[in-house]
Design a binder for this molecule. Structure first.
Ligand code: BEZ
Ligand code: FE
Length: 285
């Protein structure tokens, strides 16, 4: 049969009928349906299609050992968050995107240590309890955190300014499931804009900013791991995160306190900023 606008989609779908892996077959047939649908709707000119190929080629070429432009593309198209949300647990702390800056192992630190090795201007204590969704505190659970500094940079972005491991820490909760560490209040920051994804944002009038946040991966035996953020409530861009990762339940108040007893408890001088972020993990089925 001749290849026509009408026959194209069933013909290409049928070409995958004999795929031994049925999941792969379903994915490719669905991809064919949707991709052809876009082409039929948009009717790109040949030069527009070439431009699209050039764009994807540039995305591939921008990828290195330390940079993943395809993930960034998935992020700004909302696909990373959609996949995360589809796969997230219905109970417990909500998950959100991993992002590209969890590229080095966080240094193991003791509870109460500072992850700020540079000495920022506003000391902040982040504390919380990791619990099972049944309410049981989870002693010995792992809390991996990473964040940018007060200027919006991760250690890996400015190796001349921040030592490797700055803004990162791997903690183990105490016998009551508690964790706490000292840090600085992170800033909002732009995602990398010097590549094709940045050009896409620019061409569409979209800003590249993410609201201020601390990244977390929490895990405990017998429980589902959660990858999430504590967002600084009131930060710019909480309503327009460039990667669509904000969830209402993850907004956390970073409050200035002059509670001397609390300061003594955490070993910091008052006033300091305190953020309380409890984490609930779903039991594995
Ligand atoms: C991040 O939060 O580190 C991030 C997430 C997605 C894209 C860029 C950065
Ligand atoms: Fe981040």
């Amino acid at each position: 049969m001749d290849f026509t606008v009408d026959s194209a989609t069933p013909a290409v779908q049928a070409s995958f009928d004999a795929t031994p892996d049925s999941r792969l077959r379903d994915v490719l047939q669905s991809l064919t349906r949707h991709l052809h649908g876009v082409v039929r709707e948009v009717e790109p000119t040949i030069s527009e299609w070439n431009r699209a190929i050039e764009f994807l080629t540039a995305v591939g070429k921008a990828c290195t050992e330390t940079r993943q432009e395809f993930i960034l593309l998935s992020d700004v198209l909302g696909v990373s968050m959609l996949v995360e949300t589809i796969n997230g647990q219905d109970v417990g702390t909500e998950s959100t995107v991993l992002g590209p800056f969890h590229m080095t192992e966080s240094p193991v630190r003791a509870l109460g240590d500072s992850i700020d090795e540079v000495g920022g201007s506003r000391v902040c204590v982040v504390s919380g309890t990791v619990r099972s969704t049944s309410g049981r505190p989870l002693a010995g659970s792992t809390v991996d955190v990473w964040q940018c500094d007060e200027n919006g940079f991760y250690d890996v972005q400015v190796p001349d300014v921040q030592p490797a491991g700055n803004g990162r820490g791997l903690f183990s909760t105490d016998e009551l499931g508690r964790y706490w560490f000292r840090t600085v209040v992170p800033s909002h920051y732009p995602i990398p804009t010097d590549g094709p994804v940045g050009a896409l944002l620019n061409a569409t009038g979209r800003h590249p900013y993410r609201p201020a946040h601390v990244h977390f991966i929490a895990s405990a035996a017998g429980h589902e791991e959660v990858t999430t953020h504590a967002f600084v409530a009131g930060s710019p861009y909480t309503d327009s995160d460039a990667v669509f990762a904000v969830k209402e339940g993850l907004l956390v108040d970073f409050v200035e306190t002059d509670d001397a007893e609390l300061g003594a408890h955490y070993g910091v001088e008052v006033p300091f900023i305190h953020a309380a972020f409890d984490i609930e993990l779903a039991e594995t089925a």
